[in-house]
Design a protein around this ligand. Structure first.
Ligand code: PRP
Length: 173
């Protein structure tokens, strides 16, 4: 069965916006080193593109979380599936996500990472669906705010497919 995907942001639009956010981040962290923490799997495409455009020295690490619920709704019960490889103590950490939906993942992550005494901790997301929020968390850097539609591409999946689309689209299953 094939799904219909309607373009929301073209590759060019996403590219342009990531350039802007990367400049903001580069300016903010001037003279410092930045440690990017990617939340697998969705954040990986965005993090690579962002990292390539940041002008201060960058290091990277990856973590995976699991949230129990069905495929379109997270339950709120989050556990760590893959730990970071390195300590973040004393580092300037930027969490990189593909999407903030309910906000539960970021809330859990920022509390968890703050406990580890980073020099600073900020949050960056490609997409934000503010209508869906159930917590008060807000990212420090957001590429696009979007309506409450199911989106794919640029790391975001539908049943694990379409992560590799170079643009962001709304899917009609
Ligand atoms: C997605 C996304 C965020 C989280 C956001 O991950 O990558 O981590 O959901 O949702 P929330 O704001 O409601 O917590 P998902 O669990 O789908 O895993 P994936 O990145 O491997 O696709």
């Amino acid at each position: 069965m094939s799904e219909k995907i309607q373009m929301l942001f073209s590759e060019k639009e996403v590219d342009r916006r990531i350039n802007q956010i990367a400049s903001e981040i580069s300016e903010k962290y001037q003279g410092k080193e930045l440690h990017l923490v990617c939340v697998l799997k969705g954040g990986v495409f965005f993090m690579c593109e962002l990292a390539k455009r940041i002008s201060v020295p960058v290091t990277m690490d990856f973590m995976a979380l699991s949230s129990y619920g069905n495929s379109t709704e997270s339950s709120g019960y989050i556990t760590m599936k893959k730990e970071l490889d390195e300590s973040i103590e004393g580092k300037h950490v930027l969490i990189v996500e593909d999407i903030v939906d309910s906000g539960r993942t970021l809330k859990y992550l920022s509390a968890e990472l703050n406990r580890r005494n980073p020099a600073s901790l900020e949050l960056c997301t490609l997409l934000d669906k503010p209508e869906r929020r159930v917590t008060e968390i807000k990212a420090d850097y957001t590429c696009f705010e979007i309506p409450d539609k199911f989106v794919v591409g640029y790391g975001l999946d539908y049943a694990q497919k379409y992560r590799n689309l170079p643009y962001i689209g709304i899917i009609e299953p």
